[in-house]
Design a protein around this ligand. Structure first.
Ligand code: SF4
Length: 310
C-alpha cells in the first residue's frame, strides 16, 4: 500500500521509526512534513497528490468525516505520577474536583482519579461536547468535560503537559483551575490567565470600535471550515454599513495576513484558539464571532434594512 503518515508536532520525533516499520512490512511510505494541529487538519490534499491509498494519522481520534481513507492511531503516553500526592494535598479546602486530561493520558484517568479518592477527594469526570471522544478528555476546541461540571465542582484540575489544553477550559469556566504537569513536576494555579484573557478580549473589542472593513477568515482544513458562519457574519457586518470580505487559506500565517492592510479587523471562523492564543504578530485585532456580535451591538442599529439585503 502507498501510505502517507501524519504526526502532530509532539510526535514527529517518532516518525522515522514508524515509517521504517511500515516499509519493512512492504508498504511505500511517505511522511507529511506540514505542521499539524490536530485531526481537524488532515493531510488529505497531500495524500491525494501522492496517490496514496491511505492517510495514517497518529495521536488524535477522528474529528469529522472525510472523503478519504484515514486510519487514526491512538498514541497513549504514560505520564509519571510521582507529583500527584503532593498536588492533591495542596488542593486543601477543595473537595469536589472536576478532573480532565488529553487523549494521550486518557488511559491513566481512572488511576489518577483513584489517587484523589484515596486522599478523600470526590472526583467528577465530565462529558465532552462532541469533538473530543472520551469522558474527561479536553481538546483546544472542546472543553465540555470541564464546562459541563462547572456548577458542581469546587475546582477543576487538568492532568497533563503544557498549558494549551487547560487554558481553553479555564477561559470557559468560573471555578479555580489547577494544572498538574507531571513532565515538569509542577502544580500550577492558572486563574491569573483567566483575568488576562478577559482583559485581552475587552481590549480587542475596544481596538475594533471604529473598524469599517473586516476580513473574515475561513480555513480549508477538514475540521475547521465554517463557510456558512462566515457568510452570516459578512451579511451581518454589511447590515451595519461596513465592508466585509471572506479570506480563505489552509493555515493562516499572521505575517502574511498583515499584508492585507485594507482591513481594520479580522474575524476568525477557523480554529477557535487562533482568536485566543498566539496572535500577537497580527497587527489588527482578531475577533471571534461573539466578539463581532458584541461589537455590533455597541454600534447604532443596522444602517441597511434587512429587507433590502434579500
Ligand atoms: S483546538 Fe483547533 S487545532 Fe485543536 S482540534 Fe480544535 S480546531 Fe483543531
Amino acid at each position: 500500500m502507498k501510505l502517507l503518515l501524519q504526526f502532530p508536532e509532539g510526535l514527529k520525533q517518532f516518525a522515522l521509526k514508524h515509517a521504517r516499520k511500515l516499509e519493512s512490512e512492504g508498504h511505500e511510505v511517505y511522511i507529511s512534513a506540514t505542521p499539524n494541529f490536530g485531526a481537524c487538519d488532515l493531510a488529505i490534499d497531500e495524500a491525494k497528490a501522492l496517490g496514496a491509498d491511505k492517510l495514517m494519522h497518529f495521536g488524535h481520534a477522528e474529528f469529522s468525516k472525510v472523503d478519504f481513507p484515514v486510519e487514526y492511531l491512538f498514541y497513549p503516553i504514560d505520564a509519571p505520577l510521582e507529583i500527584i500526592e503532593s498536588a492533591i494535598k495542596a488542593l486543601g479546602k477543595y473537595n469536589t474536583i472536576g478532573l480532565v486530561t488529553t487523549v494521550q493520558h486518557i488511559h491513566q484517568l481512572e488511576q489518577v482519579k483513584g489517587e484523589f479518592e484515596k486522599l478523600g477527594k470526590t472526583v467528577l469526570i465530565g462529558k465532552p461536547y462532541g469533538f473530543a471522544k472520551h469522558q474527561g478528555q479536553i481538546l483546544g476546541c472542546d472543553i465540555g468535560s470541564s464546562a459541563t461540571l462547572d456548577r458542581k465542582v469546587d475546582c477543576h484540575v487538568y492532568f497533563g503537559g503544557g498549558l494549551f489544553h487547560p487554558l481553553g477550559a479555564l477561559y470557559n469556566t468560573t471555578k479555580p483551575f489547577f494544572a498538574i504537569d507531571p513532565f515538569i513536576n509542577k502544580f500550577l494555579f492558572l486563574d491569573g490567565y483567566r483575568e488576562e484573557h478577559k482583559k485581552r478580549e475587552r481590549g480587542k473589542i475596544m481596538r475594533s470600535i471604529e473598524a469599517k472593513r473586516f476580513g473574515i477568515l475561513v480555513s480549508t482544513k477538514n475540521g475547521q471550515t465554517n463557510l456558512n458562519l462566515a457568510k452570516v457574519l459578512k451579511r451581518k457586518i454589511e447590515l451595519y454599513g461596513c465592508e466585509a470580505a471572506i479570506l480563505v487559506a489552509n493555515t493562516f500565517d499572521f505575517d502574511y495576513l498583515n499584508n492585507l492592510m485594507e482591513f481594520d479587523a479580522f474575524v476568525n471562523t477557523a480554529c477557535p484558539r487562533l482568536t485566543t492564543d498566539d496572535n500577537e504578530r497580527l497587527r489588527k485585532p482578531l475577533l471571534s464571532a461573539n466578539n463581532v456580535m458584541e461589537l455590533l451591538a455597541m454600534r447604532e442599529g443596522p444602517k441597511i434594512a434587512q429587507k433590502s439585503q434579500n
